[in-house]
Design a binder for this molecule. Structure first.
Ligand code: MSP
Length: 486
């Protein structure tokens, strides 16, 4: 039985989750829920967590006047609450301050040392604390961090290095042999070109940072936070002997484009060095922007999911994100656009369909069966293809076309003028369509799908239940799924 291990990045614990973090986590949740429908719950592992070490987190704790541990404990709780609110169905949540992580880091590090890929040298260059990133002179943008545009610190220190340069050819071969490894395709070109230009060895230790993992070869140094953070994906499955490691590794990593390099280049090189299979896929999506600028803590232009959900509802928010941003591209968030989608699509298309069908069903007491006139109009094969290519917006678009087809079918058939067998056949088609929709909507709108199932008086289904059956089940009383917003 094929299995799926899907990860989100582990988020920095220096502040609460904003809509940008929610975007990746919801997308991961949609993919995980889809695979659960297809492969069964036991065969899917979906994880998220917190990146809790580093000077950035230490600084945030200091500003609040609490110990870093207390600070990250509070932040992890906040993140978990946010994910609960957004119906994120993660199977495991990792924190880099956990023992299981620290132990895995040691084991993986030892493998890197054993392969001869760690050596001592002098690091001279620039460091951006907010991004926890090293930069060379050439990479700087007008003497500022090319990532966030802020001041960088000059560093010259004794450092340990990882022989990233050794993996240039192996990485290029990997990208060539497995064209889907870096996805989406258009985004991978930039990475491949940069790797072709040559790879520099990576500095992996920092002068002592109090809040971090001690450098295994020298207690006076701290392990570079990115180097340990990536290893979380192995800590989660209990590398090297854990059952989950054997069952689920390699993973599919999802993240936004600014950390594609870490996941698509540094991480596979580390894994090759440690003799561990490389990920199955590394997928970088675009940014959620506000007036064209990346939503981020650093820019201060962020909104928190709690406020949006309170005002508009959780599935409304999930729907907006999945429908408005082609998965892989940037897309702007605005409340005005969210309201337009709620009123124009959730209320007018889906809400309307469900309330019409459940009301019309009250008029018919006979059998709910007949000729299948709607089932063929659902592009199920294509939806499956889109989902598996992570073209989530296309899949949702096709599900939505089906909702609209069903509304048209009501208009054309005018069931209010029908009776007897004819009405039974129309209602059979519509109720079966709603049953199938309750399955297909589950990944995107889990709460709505649950409410729909309740109205239809049916239990959860799987992808195999998406074909029309011989007879439809009689629904219960209808209720409106969505409310218009002003
Ligand atoms: N801690 C590192 C990741 C280590 S993973 C081994 C980190 N953390 S972060 O808190 O900055 O989170 C970055 C990730 O959050 C992005 O890659 C993306 O998944 C998500 N996003 C944060 N802001 C975002 C947007 N504005 N838009 C889309 N995704 C965003 O980097």
């Amino acid at each position: 039985m094929p299995r799926m291990y899907i990860t989100t990045p582990i988020y920095y614990a220096n502040g609460p989750a904003h809509l940008g973090h929610a975007y990746t986590t919801i997308a991961g949740d949609v993919i995980a829920r889809w695979y659960r429908l297809k492969l069964g719950d036991k065969n899917v592992l979906f994880t998220t967590g917190m990146d809790e070490h580093g000077s950035k987190v230490q600084k945030a704790a200091k500003e609040k006047g609490v110990s870093p541990q207390k600070f990250v404990d509070g932040m992890a709780e906040r993140f978990k609450n946010t994910w609960k609110l957004l119906h994120i169905s993660y199977d495991d949540f990792i924190r880099t301050t956990e023992k299981r992580h620290k132990e895995t880091v040691k084991k993986v590090f030892k493998k890197l040392v054993d392969s001869g890929d760690i050596y001592k040298g002098i690091y001279e260059g620039w460091y951006c604390v907010p991004c926890e990133s090293f930069w060379t002179d050439l990479q700087l943008a007008e003497e500022k961090c090319p990532e966030c545009g802020r001041k960088v610190d000059k560093v010259k220190e004794e450092s340990y290095f990882f022989r990233l340069s050794k993996y240039q050819d192996k990485l290029l071969k990997l990208y060539e042999d497995r064209p889907d490894f870096l996805s989406p395709k258009h985004r991978s070109k930039e990475i491949v070109n940069r790797v072709k230009e040559g790879l520099k060895d990576l500095s992996i230790s920092r002068k002592k940072v109090d809040w971090g993992i001690e450098f295994p070869l020298d207690p006076k140094l701290t392990l570079y936070v990115w180097k340990e953070a990536l290893i979380n994906y192995l800590s989660l499955v209990g590398f090297p002997d854990g059952k989950k490691f054997k069952e689920f590794w390699p993973a599919i990593h999802i993240m936004a484009k600014e950390i594609y390099w870490f996941h698509g280049v540094i991480w596979p090189a580390m894994l090759m060095s440690a003799g561990i299979p490389v990920p199955r896929k590394v997928f970088a999506h675009g940014w959620l922007t506000v007036e064209g600028r990346k939503m981020s803590k650093s820019f201060g232009n962020f909104l928190v999911p709690e406020d949006i959900v309170k005002k508009y509802g959780v599935d409304q928010f999930r729907y907006f994100l999945m429908k408005s941003l082609p998965f892989g591209e940037d897309g702007d968030f605005s409340e005005e656009a969210l309201r337009a989608r709620i009123n124009g699509e959730l209320v007018a298309d889906l809400g309307n369909l469900v309330s019409r069908v459940t009301k019309l069903a009250e008029r018919h007491e006979g059998k709910l069966c007949g000729k299948d006139a709607l089932g063929d109009r659902l592009e199920l094969k294509q939806i499956e293809k889109d989902m598996e290519a992570f073209e989530l917006h296309h899949a949702l678009e096709k599900i939505w076309s089906f909702v609209r087809i069903c509304n048209k079918y009501i208009n054309n058939n005018e069931p209010w003028k029908q009776s007897g067998k004819e009405l039974g056949e129309t209602m059979y088609n519509l109720l079966e369509a709603l049953r199938v929709l309750s399955v297909l909507l589950e990944p995107f709108l889990p709460e709505t799908a649950g409410r729909l199932r309740k109205q239809l008086r049916i239990g959860p289904g799987t992808i195999r239940d998406c074909a029309f059956r011989k007879e439809a089940t009689r629904p219960g009383k209808g209720e409106h799924l969505f409310r218009r917003v002003e």
